[in-house]
Structures are given as structure tokens and as C-alpha cells.
Design a protein around this ligand. Sequence first.
Ligand SMILES: Cc1ncc(COP(=O)(O)O)c(C=O)c1O
Length: 402
Amino acid sequence: MAETAPKSGPLFDTFSRAPLRFERGEGVWLITESGERYLDFGAGVAVTSVGHSHPHMVESLKAQVEKVWHLSNLYEVAGQEVLAKRLTDATFADKVFFTNSGAEALECAIKTARRYQYTHGHPEKFRIITFEGAFHGRTLATIAAGGQAKYLEGFGPKVEGFDQVPFGDLEALKAAIVPETAALLIEPIQGEGGIRVVQPEFLRTLRALCEEHGLLLIFDEVQTGVGRTGKFFAHERSGVTPDIMAVAKGIGGGFPFGACLATAEAASGMTAGSHGTTYGGNPLAMAAGNAVLDIILADGFIEHVRDVALIFRQGLASLKDRYPDVIEEIRGEGLLLGIKARVPSGDLLQAMRAEHLLGVPAGDNVIRLLPPLVVTAEEARDGLARIEKAAEALTTKLAKSA
Ligand SMILES: Cc1ncc(COP(=O)(O)O)c(C=O)c1O
């Protein structure tokens, strides 16, 4: 193949990275190679749920490292059984399949729904309805599910079987349900899409539609799950449960793994040999997941998330009132928060970075604030003070250019 692009280093050019090199992390802090400290309210995109280098995580992983790292799924993995029991005891689910990532948890969820219909006399039902603004991952099936043109472009024909309707549009949804529809797939709060909260009433309507039409309800709680919203899982606030749920990010606290949870009925098509993974559920991942749950399911922890979230919420609301030219709206639940900016969100993110505070960009001109769930009230106030300085700097800049 002829060389057309200039050489740009050995890594794929898929990411445009900020020029920051972190050497270590402590709790909610990241420390650069040169010793500068940054308040990490991005948490590696909602992953480091219990902060960096949490002593219990370090101890649990060290203990596992000294025993065995990997076994494959040819043998029983004790940590899988323990973690699956804890997840099923604490949720709607009866069954768990462990994966390596969020996208694979979604792939498993999609396959589980299709297989359910196939093995229950409906091989024609394979289509899945999703919502505009969704993000479900970067595999070929999950970019088709997410339906965003920017992620689909140039990757050949879109994987068949995904129909998308506008966010929150009930009539469009009803019209999209056809005899081939197998399932509905939704994030209870759209993360990448700009921290767009789905109203509990809408989730209840989805549940009712699934009952009426023989569909499975799939929740993507990859970003919203594991305590992030002040509930163990975000859907709990709606009072309805899904048939299948994809989980990842916070469950591993930084160790890459995910899980597909399902009721026994929904998982009944996933018979021996129908699905598999080499690494999924390996002993190191399970040690990480069990250690995360030791912390998150401990008495009072989720209440702590709600308490600190309140401080954030009030602080951000006050900043919105004081800097209306910079902040348009505050969104989200618990510690899954979004600042919709009036200036380009990249400018606000950069101004925050200048104050040594890290956030994560999202769609709809939003910056996500996703601090580790162990963040203290004092650290929350420190973060708010840094956002204030960033907003102040941008306001001054706007005044100068007016
Ligand atoms: C809601 C949601 N689903 C799925 C994914 C994909 O997860 P992963 O990047 O681990 O494949 C993400 C990742 O950002 C996500 O936010």
C-alpha cells in the first residue's frame, strides 16, 4: 500500500489527547510526572469509582496477583461465582456473564435478547429500538445501536437490525415497533449524549410497551451503574426493572471488565456454547470487582454519594446563577453531572484544566463531572472553587472581546 499520510508516532491517531502525563493517582487526585496535582473529576470516564490506589483495591489485587492471574472459562472461577451472587442478590437479575468492556457487555445483551426471541418461537424478532443521542460502544454492532453518523462513517454497511427514534418521543417509539422487534435498548441517563436524564415515567412506559408487545427491555448502565447516580443502579429510581442490563466502567474501579446481567427467563436462550470469552471474568478482574463491591455496598456508602452530590448540585446551581454567560444548565443525577456550557464546552474544559481540575467532554456542548464516588465534601468544594475560577476567567475574556 502506498504511503499517503505523514508519520505521526507509533499509536493509532484515533485520540486527540491533552498534553498531560500522569504518573500516579491518590484518591481523587492525579499527579503528573513533574509532580503537579490535578483534581480528577473525570475518573477515567466514570471508571475509577473508588478513586485511585484505594488501599482495599491495592490489597485485594496484590493478593490475587500472587495466586493466579488467568484461568479461562474452561474451569470454575471462584471469584466469578462470588461476584455474580453479589450482583444478582443486589439487583433484578438471576444470571451474569462477565466481559472485558462495556461494548462487549452490550454485545452480550443484544445477543441474549435475540436468542431469547429465537428460542421462544420468534426467530423473526431480531430488531432492537434505540434512542437518538445514545452511545453503546465502538464495536460494529454497538455503533449501529448508537446510530451516530460520526461513528458509523467509513466502516462499511451498518449492522442490520437497529432502529432509532428521537429521544423521549413516545409516539415515534410506538410507530417503530414492528413484528420483527425483539427489544428496546436505553441508557437511563445518556452519558456521552450530554447527561440527558430519561424521566422515570418514560422508563415505566417502556416496560409497559415491552409487556404489551413481547419485547425485552435492555438497560445500558455502563456509565450510570454501580453507585454513580446515588442508587446502586440508576433505573432503581423508576421502580421498573429491565430484563437485561449491561454494566462496566465503575464495576472494575479501573480494572477493565464488564458484565451482562439478565433474568433467568431472558438468559434462557444463552445455552452452552452459544456465547463465550477468553478473558471475561478472569481472577484478577473478579478480585477488582469484588473489592469495588466491598466498598460500594458497605453500609452508608451510597448515602455518602447522595450527600456529596447535593453539595455539588447546590454549588453548581449557584455558579450557573453567577456565571450565566458561561453556564447554561446543570444536568444529571448523583455524581453523574453535566454542565451545559454557553461558551464552547472545550473552552470551559480547558479553563478548568488550567485550574488543575479534570472533566470529560460530552455531546450537546456539555462537560461531564464524574468524580470518584469516594470524593469528600471538602474535595467537592475544592472542585467547585476551581470551576468558579475557570468561569470567572472565561467571563473576563468574554467581557474583553465584547
Ligand atoms: C453508556 C455506555 N455504553 C457503552 C459504553 C462502551 O463501553 P467500553 O468503552 O468499555 O466498550 C460506554 C463507554 O463510554 C458508555 O458510556
